[in-house]
Design a protein around this ligand. Sequence first.
Ligand code: ZN
Length: 82
Amino acid sequence: MSELTATLIIGRYQSTCSRCHRGTLMSTSHHTRELGYGVPAGKRGCGARFVDTATSDIGYTAKTLRELRPDLPVGDPLHRTH
Ligand SMILES: [Zn+2]
């Protein structure tokens, strides 16, 4: 069984999952919960495991990302669109 992995894209107001492009808590190891404006409470995320971080916020540097998630390596410092 292959594991789904994703980049945690940390934003100033909301963080998103690179796999499904939906909102997530910044502090979780996996995309367990979908967060966002208008998203019903308790909606599940895609379940991907976050393996590195990136940001969509030009004010956030690699250092900021390391401080926010010291457990994850900083990937591409720019927002990944794939
Ligand atoms: Zn996801």
